[in-house]
Design a binder for this molecule. Structure first.
Ligand SMILES: [Fe+2]
Length: 361
């Protein structure tokens, strides 16, 4: 076998290993409930799939195995193209206004360059008042980022004067000691009608009891997997928490009738808070009109024109960031404010969303 044939076979086997890692295995590993196994499993997968593919291809060459492997490569590429097509199909309306979102190629590090995205959603069935929601997610307070970054965030949230302020988890980064910093970083900024929160995976991997107590003392209501209903002059708004898969109890929609929860499900506006957007399909089926999520950090490290390579979602890059409409529910996925573990962002600005809910005509 010639050197060229060996190199071609090695490339194809390596590409299949890489495709399996990026499009299949990493999605399974990154969505594991327990974080301790993630890093060793990711390293093992890289060595076995990428390194193993290269080694195997070099030695197997144009053996009968080459053609099935080539077919697998074509299948992987087609499935990723389908995923990108789905992302495009499910995309919602773009922001009506945004600030600080341009990403010059010569300024790759965007760790504390806060962006703001302002959306408007008109819900034909909503007969209540116009509502302004501020959605903040993934603060990851861990001492790595300057306090000024969080203070600027809360200043901008205050300027937006939200009716509801929603936090969708990951206040902390695996260290409960930083919960004490939250009151001073969040200051006095709250939603006019209330401020609500759920916890994220990193909160559950730190000290969820302490964090919950700190949030309550600061006037932030935690939802857990429960529902809180607001009555706005006869029009009801349900705030619905979903902490799956990290919460202490599995999430399930409230029963539709025969209990006190029935009225909640029948609220005219159902806003679900779910740390991961992976829950969007079942939340939409259960009756959520809008779903607010974070968790993905929009990849945290992105490539210009390509986007994120790794995203902790079982749907891969389908809902990486922004506004989507999934089975009639409006999904908002924030990029988050902080950074986890390796504390920097590449071509991926931290952001928060302002979402105006407009009543039907
Ligand atoms: Fe996070």
């Amino acid at each position: 076998m010639s050197l060229t044939e060996k190199m071609l076979a090695a490339f194809v086997f390596w590409a299949v290993g890489t495709g399996l890692f990026f499009f299949c295995v990493n999605r399974w590993v990154l969505t594991l409930r327990d974080y301790r196994a993630k890093t060793p499993l990711m390293l093992l997968a890289i060595v076995l799939l990428n390194g193993g593919g290269l080694w195997w291809g070099w030695h197997a060459g144009f053996s009968p195995l080459f053609w099935p492997v080539l077919a697998l490569l074509v299948g992987l590429v087609l499935s990723e193209l389908r995923r990108l097509w789905l992302r495009r199909t499910l995309a919602g309306a773009p922001p009506v206004w945004q600030e600080n979102v341009a990403e010059p190629l010569l300024q790759p590090c965007t760790t504390t360059t806060l962006a703001i995205r302002h959306y408007e959603v008109r819900l034909p069935h909503w007969r209540g008042p116009r509502l302004r929601i501020a959605h903040v997610t993934d603060l990851h307070v861990n001492g790595m980022l300057p306090d000024a970054h969080y203070r600027l965030l809360m200043e901008r949230v205050q300027q937006a004067a939200p009716d509801l302020l929603l936090f969708t988890g990951d206040f902390l980064s695996d260290d409960g000691a930083y919960a004490d910093r939250l009151p001073s970083l969040l200051g006095e900024v709250r939603g006019r009608l209330g401020t609500f929160a759920i916890l994220g995976n990193h909160d559950y991997w730190s000290d969820p009891q302490k964090l919950t107590a700190v949030l309550h003392q600061a006037g932030i209501q935690t939802l857990g997997n429960g529902v809180h209903t607001l009555d706005l002059g006869g029009a009801r708004v349900a705030l619905w928490g979903c902490e799956d898969p990290w919460g202490p109890t599995p999430w399930a929609p409230p029963p539709r009738n025969g209990t006190a929860a029935a009225g909640r499900l029948d609220s005219e506006l159902v806003l679900a808070l779910s740390h991961t957007g992976d829950n969007v399909y079942r939340l939409a089926r259960a009756g959520a009109h809008m779903v607010f999520s974070g968790h993905y950090h929009a990849g945290q490290w992105r490539l210009p024109y390509i986007g994120p390579l790794l995203l902790p979602s079982r749907f891969g890059r389908r809902f990486d960031h922004g506004h989507f409409v999934v089975q009639g529910a409006h999904l908002f996925v924030g990029a988050g404010v902080g950074s986890t573990r390796i504390p920097f962002r590449i071509y991926c600005r931290p952001d928060f969303f302002i979402v105006d809910v407009l009543p039907g005509d």
